[in-house]
Design a protein around this ligand. Sequence first.
Ligand SMILES: C=CC1=C(C)c2cc3[nH]c(cc4nc(cc5[nH]c(cc1n2)c(C)c5CCC(=O)O)C(CCC(=O)O)=C4C)c(C)c3C=C
Ligand SMILES: [Fe+2]
Length: 503
Amino acid sequence: MQTDIGCHTSTASCSGRDHAVLHPPSQPRRAHQQLSRKARRQHVACQAQSITGQITPPAEKLARSSRVAVNQPEPAQQDELRGSSSPGQGQTAEERVGVLLLNLGGPETLNDVQPFLFNLFRDPDIIRLPQGIKWIQPTLAWVISSLRAPKSMEGYRSIGGGSPLRKITEEQAKAIAAQLEARGQPANVYVAMRYWKPFTEDAMEQVKRDKVTRLVILPLYPQFSISTSGSSLRLIQEIFEQDEGLKDLKHTVIPSWYQRPGYVTAMADLIQRQLPTFPHAPSVQLFFSAHGVPLSYVEEAGDPYREEMQECIKLIMQELQRRGINNPHTLAYQSRVGPVEWLRPYTDETIRNLGASGTKSMLAVPISFVSEHIETLEEIDVEYRELAESVGIEHWGRVPALNTNEVFIKDLSLAILEALPSAHKMAQPLLDSLVPAGDVSTLLDTYDRDRRALPQPMLQWNWGWTASAETWNGRLAMLAIFVILLVEVATGQGALGRWLNIT
Ligand SMILES: C=CC1=C(C)c2cc3[nH]c(cc4nc(cc5[nH]c(cc1n2)c(C)c5CCC(=O)O)C(CCC(=O)O)=C4C)c(C)c3C=C
Ligand SMILES: [Fe+2]
């Protein structure tokens, strides 16, 4: 599969793994103390081999100390950076730069819907099963995807028969490649989808074939979640570990970038442009709608998603207020799947509450994703609009997704340049993020080392009194539901599936 968007030639010469870990100058000692043994081992290896040679501090510490400027090189590193500062943005003639854009992927035709859903539910970062029953996941994924497919197909049919995600992401890749070229840093830009084509595995094959020597990994999710960016990084880590040809590839991950000025400005522009379309702009409720995650991801697995989301909205509102726009605003979470508790407040409940308390105008702002997709085009534009009308909201609007917005693409390209370990820009703070930049293994070690099993729909029933009885009851409940689901798929009668909220 061809994932290469814009190829520029230079000869590869890569040796020694560069984890390209970026860090705030004040943090490395504390960070070192808190790292896992595996990360420390890696740190030792980094010191011998890498350009930056430091480990990124764990996130929860950073979260507490809130804003941390990362990516300031140590004096010794600055020498190294200076030494490799030509030709062109700090690269040697042999350097070949790649940018890997991570995204979810979406079915391109209605026939793709069930296999796409199968890939999604087969992902242990989407459904986390306890150790003993992990083997059930492929079958469970097949059952759930078969039950959900008809409803999902209806949605994709209503937006033209497939997801626009591939087309938009490829346009973003082209736009980023053009920006990098214009700034004197040619790069191959690859699209790596998690659940549909072009698959991450194929993109990584292409990276290898192109003999890329330095790779910047950029998830196209502004906020980090272990269910999205984390899942893709986990897959890339597996590929790195298994593929001899990629083991030594120097790489940097930009884990999240919701706080970048270009992104915040572009979002504020979009909102500002939509407000005059309402009869009375100052009273319009700005309704930030984010894709949800199960609450347990945040509260039990340490997902920084909710915190980053709240921070993101604060920054956009500050930017709007700086422009004299002082509208009221709300954040809610959409797209729940299954009967477990997801992040609150839920979008549908919030719309009902706003309607009941007299809100007349609402501007929906999709905030967790930068491309148009089924949840903007169908869930927000159709379902939530209808719901809003039914509860007395008279004026409804939505800001478009960023897609290839110029301010946004320019800023992402700058982020890539800043992340390139040998670029001059590395002397500037790279990210002021709750999730600091780093290499794949360190990020996973920091965020999700244990990949803890989380409570799943099938394990909600706690019959019995002892821990062991509960375990067995859970397993029996799982087995029973599994058999019933199989029967439902076979017969097409789906009462349980409906009750579990997956159909
Ligand atoms: C930041 C964005 C997203 C998070 C977080 C996320 C978590 C998450 N999603 C599901 C289940 C589904 N997601 C589906 C589609 C979908 N999800 C996102 C983004 C996030 N998901 C996007 C952009 C899309 C749409 C892709 C497209 O085709 O346009 C779907 C399939 C659609 C449907 O049937 O509703 C499912 C299912 C879970 C369980 C989860 C966290 C654990
Ligand atoms: Fe999703």
